[in-house]
Every structure is written in structure tokens, then in C-alpha cells.
Design a protein. Structure first.
Length: 393
């Protein structure tokens, strides 16, 4: 089939600036390149780092880039903003879609695959006869969404990353038959067979430290502030250190981010026990994770299906996380400790950390269960199931 792929319009594909959605897109495009299943044209925002990426040499995946930065692009976006009122998304995203549609009009596609922007369909259904497929990573479509019925009806297939996200679709149509869940995958080999290492001392850790790792976007909903508060309750155990891997928005600088600044202020009195690495490229994540004794992923929102959980499991790390969103679908009762995000959350978080610190055998048991669970979440299984879901329409 001939497929057009529309990204979320923010980060580039290939994922040279990171992004969970973009990394997953790279996985199924890599699978398509290996197995030559479909002819796919990817419409992505431009970034100079993509120029030398090997993915661009594919003969079945074709990349069309839309410039959204630079003086001329900024002027065009501003003109678009001034001449288009009442758009569904922010004008920067709508500008990306507008530019992509110009090219789509010139071509014939069997399917237009939409990554996490289902409302693109409102314009696309008027511009193309292709079947529309949504790949939803977040709560982007439910009965409270603007024009929910129109967006739902425009889709031929909806692929969700978790049953939790699928439950959002069911609020629109309880008898829905077009939605299927395809769980995310990761590069298991990269995370389970890491041979590189970083000297702990080089980032401020001692060899005998007990290291907790938090990885992901440093934002309020990820529960990092509550984790800092739990660290305060653990001051009697100076060996416990926290490694915070990530920034407020992938490769962006946190200096102008109010939450990041507040977080650093909250952590100031623990500066010798908390290390902020900032953004780390995805390829280097296993190197940092292997320094940890446990992973703490304290999401306080309905996290749809965070790949950070999958990555920690693949590294054999005991996990402390929460009963939110799709997280319980990623783990088993044996492979993680899941907490309620109630009024006792910070206290319970500190207690769970203390318990794992004091019981190395429990850490080993949970880590081994996580390794077993991780085997299902291979990127090849993900890509195979993803294309199977498309091919059944």
C-alpha cells in the first residue's frame, strides 16, 4: 500500500531530537525498510541533524521535510496565523499540516496515517480519498473532545498504545469496532546488552551509593516534585542518591522553564544527593540506566503508556510507579510496586524506596520478574502488530 505518514508536527523524524512518539515511529519505519511492506512517505518538520541520518537512504520510506524554523518559515507561519481563525490546534501545528496537504494533493495514497493528531482528519477528509488511520499515544479523542463525533467517524482504524487510551475512544462509541490496542515496544537489545559504562564519579556519584533513577520529561505530571519531597523524608540515609535524566521538553533548555526552576529550588537543600543530567539522547539511555539500583516513575497523571517503564524493566531494574493510566498494563504484580497517588503518596513513595534499599533480595526478585515481562515489548513485535492492525482494514 501507499501510505502517507503525518507526524505530530513538533519534533522531527528520524527522532534526532528525541520524543517517545518519534522513536516509536522510527521503529516501525525501520521494520518497513527491512521487510519492504509498504511505500511510506513521511511528512516531518525539518531539523538540520536529519541530513546525514541513514534512514534517509531507504527506498521504501521517503521523507518530505517542512521547514518551520528560520526567518522565512517564521514569516510564513505568522502570515498563516493572521489569515486563519478558529483552527483546531496551535497555528504552528496547523501550518505544518497546511504545508503537508499541499504535497498530499499531488499524490494518491491508500492510507493516511496520523500520529497523535486525530483532528487532522477534519481537513484531510476533504483533501484525499485515502483511508484515515489514527495512532493515539495520549488522551486526544474522547466524548469531551471538540468535534469528537466527526473525528471518530472519519477514521477507518484507530490504533491506541494502551487499553486505557482505548477506553477513551469507547466513551464516544460503546460499540466501537474500529479501535485496537498495539502496545509500544523498545529496542530490547540496546537496553539488555549495554556494554558501555560511565564512571560514577564523573557525574558526582560514589561507588557505594544507592542510586534511584528518574527518566522522562521533567514536568509536574510526571511526579518529580513528589519524588523530591520523598527524598527529603529519606535524609537519614545519605547513601540514597537520585539521578534525574531528562529536561522539560526533550532537547530544550530548562533555563526558562518555571517548573524546572521551582524543582531545582525544592531540591537545593539536597544538592549533594540529587543529580540533574538534563536531556540525554535516546541512544545513551542504557548507559545511564545501568548505573541505577532502582527506577522510580512516579507519574501523578494518567500516563498512557510510558516507555520509561519498559526501558527500566529491560535493564532489570526494580520499579516503583503508580496505578495511573496504562502503567498497570506494562508491568505485572511481581515486576513493579505500584502506588496510589492519594494524599499519602509522598509518604508511601518514601516507604517503598526505603524498603527496597533495605532488602536487596527483594530488589533482585522484582528485577528478574521485570526482565521476564520485558521480553514481550520488543520493537519488532510492536512493528509487526502495528502493521497487522493497518493491513486488516
Amino acid at each position: 500500500m501507499k501510505i502517507a505518514l503525518l507526524t505530530s508536527g513538533i519534533l522531527p523524524v528520524p527522532a534526532v531530537q528525541g520524543g517517545a512518539v518519534e522513536n516509536l515511529t522510527d521503529f516501525y519505519l525501520e521494520y518497513n525498510n527491512q521487510h519492504r511492506l509498504h511505500d511510506i512517505t513521511i511528512y516531518s518538520v525539518w531539523h538540520p541533524d536529519v541530513k546525514k541520518h541513514p534512514a534517509l537512504h531507504s527506498t521504501v520510506n521517503h521523507y518530505v521535510y517542512i521547514k518551520v524554523t528560520g526567518l522565512w518559515a517564521r514569516l510564513k507561519k505568522k502570515w498563516y496565523q493572521l489569515t486563519h481563525d478558529e483552527e483546531y490546534y496551535h497555528y504552528t501545528i496547523e501550518f505544518y499540516l497546511h504545508e503537508a496537504i499541499k504535497d498530499i494533493r499531488k499524490r494518491s495514497y491508500d492510507i493516511i496515517l496520523i500520529e497523535n493528531r486525530p483532528a487532522y482528519a477534519l481537513k484531510l477528509k476533504e483533501e484525499s480519498n485515502a483511508k484515515l488511520v489514527y495512532h493515539l499515544h495520549n488522551e486526544k479523542l474522547d466524548d469531551k473532545s471538540e468535534k469528537a463525533i466527526d473525528i471518530y467517524n472519519a477514521a477507518t482504524r484507530i490504533i491506541t498504545v494502551s487499553d486505557y487510551i482505548k477506553s477513551c475512544i469507547l466513551t464516544i462509541n460503546h460499540d466501537d469496532k474500529k479501535t485496537t490496542t498495539v502496545y509500544n515496544g523498545i529496542d530490547l537489545h540496546a537496553f539488555s546488552s549495554c556494554t558501555q559504562s560511565i564512571n560514577r564519579n564523573s557525574i558526582g556519584l560514589q561507588e557505594d551509593d544507592f542510586v534511584m533513577v528518574f527518566s522522562g520529561r521533567v514536568t509536574a505530571e510526571k511526579g518529580i516534585m513528589q519524588l523530591i519531597e520523598a527524598m527529603t523524608l529519606l535524609q537519614d540515609i545519605p547513601r540514597i542518591k537520585l539521578l534525574v535524566i531528562g529536561s522539560s521538553f526533550y532537547g530544550n533548555d530548562d533555563n526558562e522553564n518555571a517548573f524546572a526552576n521551582a524543582l531545582r529550588g525544592k531540591a537545593a537543600h539536597l544538592s549533594d544527593r540529587i543529580i540533574f543530567t538534563g536531556f540525554i539522547p535516546y541512544a545513551q539511555m542504557p548507559i545511564y540506566l545501568q548505573m541505577a539500583d532502582i527506577a522510580v516513575i512516579p507519574s501523578i497523571w494518567n500516563d498512557p503508556f510510558p516507555t520509561t517503564v519498559l526501558e527500566a524493566q529491560a535493564m532489570g531494574l526494580p520499579i516503583i510507579s503508580t496505578q495511573r493510566g496504562g502503567i498497570p498494563e506494562e508491568v505485572t504484580e511481581e515486576s513493579a510496586i505500584l502506588l496510589d497517588t492519594n494524599e499519602n503518596f509522598v509518604d508511601n513513595l518514601a516507604t517503598a524506596i526505603r524498603d527496597l534499599y533495605q532488602h536487596p533480595e527483594e530488589r533482585k526478585t522484582i528485577g528478574q520478574a521485570g526482565l521476564m515481562r520485558s521480553k514481550y515489548f520488543d520493537k519488532e513485535r510492536f512493528a509487526k502488530d502495528f502493521f497487522k492492525a493497518i493491513q486488516t482494514i
